[in-house]
Design a protein around this ligand. Sequence first.
Ligand SMILES: NC(=O)C1=CN([C@@H]2O[C@H](COP(=O)(O)OP(=O)(O)OC[C@H]3O[C@@H](n4cnc5c(N)ncnc54)[C@H](OP(=O)(O)O)[C@@H]3O)[C@@H](O)[C@H]2O)C=CC1
Ligand SMILES: O=C(O)C1=N[C@H](C(=O)O)C[C@H](O)C1
Length: 270
Amino acid sequence: MTQQIKIAIAGVNGRMGKVLVEAVNANPNAVLVGALEHASSPVLGLDAGYAVGLDTGVKITADFQAALNQADVLIDFTRPEASLPLIEFCSQNQIKMVIGTTGYDDAGKAAIQAAAQKHAIVFAANYSVGVNLTFHILDTVARVLNEGYDIEIIEAHHRHKVDAPSGTALRMGEVIANALGRDLKECAVYGREGHTGARNPQTIGFATVRAGDVVGDHTALFATDGERVEITHKASSRMTFAAGAVRAAVWLQNHDTGLFDMQDVLGLKN
Ligand SMILES: NC(=O)C1=CN([C@@H]2O[C@H](COP(=O)(O)OP(=O)(O)OC[C@H]3O[C@@H](n4cnc5c(N)ncnc54)[C@H](OP(=O)(O)O)[C@@H]3O)[C@@H](O)[C@H]2O)C=CC1
Ligand SMILES: O=C(O)C1=N[C@H](C(=O)O)C[C@H](O)C1
């Protein structure tokens, strides 16, 4: 039988943090042992389940050592500036991580890569099963529609989201660019305005919508003369991400070092 994995959550008072507390509680293979927030958070000292009607027995703290001294895995859904010191701490203390935070620059991604050599990390822009299946499908679609199709990625999220395009949209772009032998850094076009000229067929375009309470919609569009293929995923609950992140934490029990993503967890790599 699998041993219960001991989980701490960073950003526990955030939109994802609160749902993660419920997801850990719902997973028989996981138990909550730590809950982190920043030092000026108004919820320090409260029970980690206060917002979702759960009595977890775990108090929210800003002290890394106190939150993580029992933890096997830290699940982080915060912001890059919050997670980078945590990645360093986990690296020094051999604590595995599931990272859901998006919006890292290249230096942040390099820090994750380096830390994963010391303790296993799952790092994914999206922990839903459906989105990861979409990544898998997009590789095939891009290889088949590799000539004469204009490729655009359209995403919509709630009004509070601070990074754009979403991590998921960027990952979709990477999957498609890799399948086509292109470098996303060179072919991405982020938004258009004014006299743009005609579309360059080599580009992959991104369009971002921020409005209301949209949990997360993503479409990859392949359009040519006479037809369009649209691959769309719509999330309607954050529980799809949270349950996936806890599943990834449980999966990490069998991995000591290395950088993985949710496709590894789901066995979706070719
Ligand atoms: N990979 C995936 O499947 C998914 C990824 N995400 C990503 O997860 C991240 C969090 O999203 P969401 O929960 O909506 O965001 P929220 O802003 O609701 O939550 C972030 C939490 O982190 C805390 N925080 C912010 N800055 C700091 C800091 N400097 N130090 C310590 N704590 C800090 C916030 O505290 P306070 O509110 O007090 O500032 C808050 O509790 C985003 O990057 C988002 O893109 C989201 C959903 C799914
Ligand atoms: O901020 C969010 O909410 C989400 N962020 C992730 C992203 O940037 O792709 C995943 C999901 O779409 C929700």
